[in-house]
Write a protein that binds this ligand. Structure first.
Ligand SMILES: [Mn+2]
Length: 385
């Protein structure tokens, strides 16, 4: 069983003020050609199809074209899609019953009522059936009507939903999921383009993934495994922030052999029309570096001249088509930041409350008190978002 693992397409996303429609159309065309060469049995899309719950007409067209091209490949490739935290679950679910007749399977909402189960799609190869479980983004609040008020965290919510399923341990099982997975407290490497909370409030430990031969994960924008080779984030198909300038974006290809064998994982490189690049140096150095191979890319520029240059923006704009930002980092700006105390210290609510508690009570919190605080903050946060 061979499948492509994709996630976090974020169709409709803007990079600073630039519309990425052209880049997105191009990258999907590359994925379609790779599918024609590789002939996977399925393409898995692990959430965040769109960047916004109300995608623009152009964004919807881009996804429509991508699906249409994928589905036109013969023999037909199954497409398995879940909603991420950026998607509107109900909008994504539109026409999903009809689409399933064309081997496009969409799970917008997780099970919310008695009698509902995680959407399961079974495909088969020479080694027998493979059960794919399509678990869309879960918030504890979504599943409380089904699972009860005792479900306070993301970890508990995901585990309780998985516990309702009956996995056949003799068959190969694959999960598609869009959550913030951590491995024994170890967090995945994140970028600036994800929306996530600090302090591990939304994390689900990878031990929940134990029943699966492969977990196709979405939500984190850098490709990486978490807690084992077979639990993977595939990352975004395009760089969506300056922090991803050096990330090689790729399609993750997974081949499942017989039950019990480790999956074979390969990564096929993608080549965006325009890269995201970072330059740091004096204005003259950067102008000298603005050759034909970089001047059409998206660039983040940090000027380090101690004597600030005359109209640097105008000079840079003459050489570069797409400037994302121009920063100045020299003795003067560093001094200014120091004086105004502008250095931002980010502190998560757990640490903040922990410090406050210790100051007021003259002692650290007990484990039990910590747990109570966790629950209160988790609930608050969920109601807010
Ligand atoms: Mn995302």
């Amino acid at each position: 069983m061979k499948f492509f693992h994709l996630s976090d397409l974020h169709i409709g996303k803007q990079l600073h003020r630039y519309n990425l429609g052209e880049e997105q159309r191009d990258i999907f065309a590359q994925i379609v050609s790779l599918a024609k060469e590789e002939r996977p049995d399925a393409v898995l899309i692990a959430g965040d199809i769109y960047d916004s719950p109300v995608p623009s007409a152009d964004a919807v067209s881009i996804f429509d074209e991508f699906l249409t091209e994928l589905c036109a490949i013969e023999p037909q490739i199954a497409v398995l899609i879940i909603a991420g935290n950026h998607d509107s679950a109900r909008r994504l679910d539109f026409a999903s019953n009809i689409l399933s007749k064309h081997k496009v399977y969409i799970a917008g909402l997780p099970p919310m009522h008695e009698g509902e189960r995680i959407l399961k799609v079974t495909l088969a190869d020479e080694y027998g059936p493979v059960d794919f479980y399509l678990l869309p983004f879960v918030k504890p609040g979504f599943v409380r009507p089904l699972l009860g008020d005792g479900i306070t965290g993301y970890d508990a919510a995901v585990r309780a939903l998985l516990a309702r399923e009956e996995f056949d341990a003799k068959r190969r099982n694959v999960l598609i999921s869009h959550q913030f997975y951590t491995a024994g407290g170890k967090e995945p490497k994140v970028s600036d383009s994800e929306v996530h909370y600090v302090g591990g409030i939304e994390n689900v430990d990878v031990s929940a993934l134990e029943p699966f031969d492969y977990a196709a994960l979405g939500h984190i924008h850098k490709a990486q495994q978490i807690g084992g080779e077979r639990y993977r984030y595939c990352g975004t198909p395009l760089p969506y922030s300056v922090s991803e300038a050096d990330d090689a974006k790729r399609v993750t290809v997974v081949e499942l052999g017989p039950k019990g064998e480790e999956p074979l994982i390969r990564e096929l490189p993608l080549h965006p029309v325009r890269r995201v690049r970072k330059f740091a140096g004096s204005l003259q150095e950067i102008l000298n570096a603005a050759g034909e191979e970089v001047c059409h890319d998206y660039v983040s520029i940090t000027l380090t001249d101690d004597v600030e240059a005359y109209q640097p923006k105008e000079q840079l704009e003459e050489r570069f088509d797409r400037i994302l930002e121009i920063r100045i980092d020299n003795a003067r700006t560093r001094k200014l930041a120091e004086l105004s105390g502008e250095e931002l210290v980010e502190i998560n609510p757990y640490e903040a409350f922990g410090k406050f508690f210790a100051e007021m009570n003259g002692r650290e919190m007990t484990e039990e008190e910590r747990e109570m605080m966790r629950q209160v903050i988790a609930q608050e946060w969920e109601e807010e978002s």
